[in-house]
Design a protein around this ligand. Structure first.
Ligand code: PMP
Length: 301
């Protein structure tokens, strides 16, 4: 998606004009992928814009940095305050927020000790999801990063090459998105979304042990489903469990809840399915503040 420039970016603790938020070409993270990131959404609500699950995203950023042993100079509270300062300055109503921290300039080579961290918060316009046609998925020839090679639980920049390769392969073949399997052949997730199946009214999604990111939208969907009285299971899934499902959908901060129409050219019986639609409605009501039960997930500007 093409970015619309905003006026400011939070850069190592200060608000700087968008065009001045720059780094040197010999930045460590550019060469070795030594960085962590978050993607968070701001939605319009009846009482102005609100950030969805800001603290949870920032806590995941801190956990990701810890897994990489990347020193994060700011804590959750400082990053939350910086996010709100920046968003108020930018004045967007519906946008995407990118928090990221990476090893910066000053030393090259694989020994990361002593390399200073650069921390950035940026936002750009992101329109509310419009109803799109169901996604056509293809199982990727690329396996999800093996947890013994690089931890998929850390939302880190370098490992995204895995997702980029898978997405490119799928789109080159005429599909919308890639489904990645873990090294053991179980279903992991898509390039930037967690995956869910519905069969006989039971909602299932793969666990972190299958190499899936602990997605906050995944967690949101599980909570909404339980609150609707739906039986949910976080368990290992096979590719054939998706072929045999009544409904499949993917979810993530950027994608929202998106129905899947087919996997490997096998059509799903319904897309969007009844439960997918109910969950998408519940999700919309939660992120827009329409359902007060989930008001604790919103940080108002
Ligand atoms: N898996 C991957 C690989 C992702 O990049 C994302 C997007 N962050 C997700 C799942 C969904 O996570 P979330 O719901 O927290 O955005």
């Amino acid at each position: 998606m093409v970015m619309t420039e905003a006026s400011t970016i939070w850069f190592d603790g200060a608000l700087v004009p968008w065009q001045q938020a720059q780094v040197h070409v010999l930045t460590h993270g550019l060469h070795y992928g030594t960085g962590v990131l978050e993607g968070t959404r701001v939605h319009g609500t009846a009482d102005g814009a609100a950030v969805f699950r800001l603290d949870d995203h920032l806590r995941r950023l801190v956990r990701s940095a810890g897994m990489l042993r990347l020193p994060l100079p700011y804590g959750v509270e400082e990053l939350a305050a910086g996010t709100l300062d920046m968003l108020r300055a930018n004045g967007q109503r519906s946008c995407y927020v990118r928090h990221f921290a990476f090893l910066g300039y000053g030393s090259m080579g694989l020994d990361m000790r002593g390399v200073p961290t650069t921390t950035v918060i940026a936002s750009w316009d992101w329109p509310e999801a419009v109803e799109a046609r169901p996604l056509r998925l293809k199982t990727s020839s690329w396996r999800r990063n093996d947890p013994n090679s690089v931890p998929p639980a850390a939302k880190a920049t370098g490992p995204y090459l895995n997702s980029v390769l898978a997405r490119r392969e799928a789109t080159d073949a005429g599909y919308d998105e890639a489904l990645l399997l873990a090294a053991d052949g179980s279903v992991s997730e898509c390039s930037a979304e967690n995956v869910f199946t519905v069969r006989d009214g039971v909602l299932r999604t793969p666990p972190a042990a299958s190499g899936a990111l602990e997605g906050l939208t995944q967690d949101t969907v599980l909570t909404l489903a339980r609150d609707l009285g739906v039986e949910v299971r976080v368990e290992r899934l096979l590719r054939s469990d998706l072929y045999a499902a009544d409904e499949v959908f993917v979810c993530g901060t950027a994608a929202g809840i998106a129905p899947v129409g087919s996997l490997d050219d096998r059509e799903l019986p319904t897309a969007p399915g009844t439960l997918t639609e109910r969950l998408a409605d519940a999700y919309r009501a939660a992120v827009t503040g329409e359902n007060p039960r989930y008001a604790h997930w919103l940080t108002r500007l």
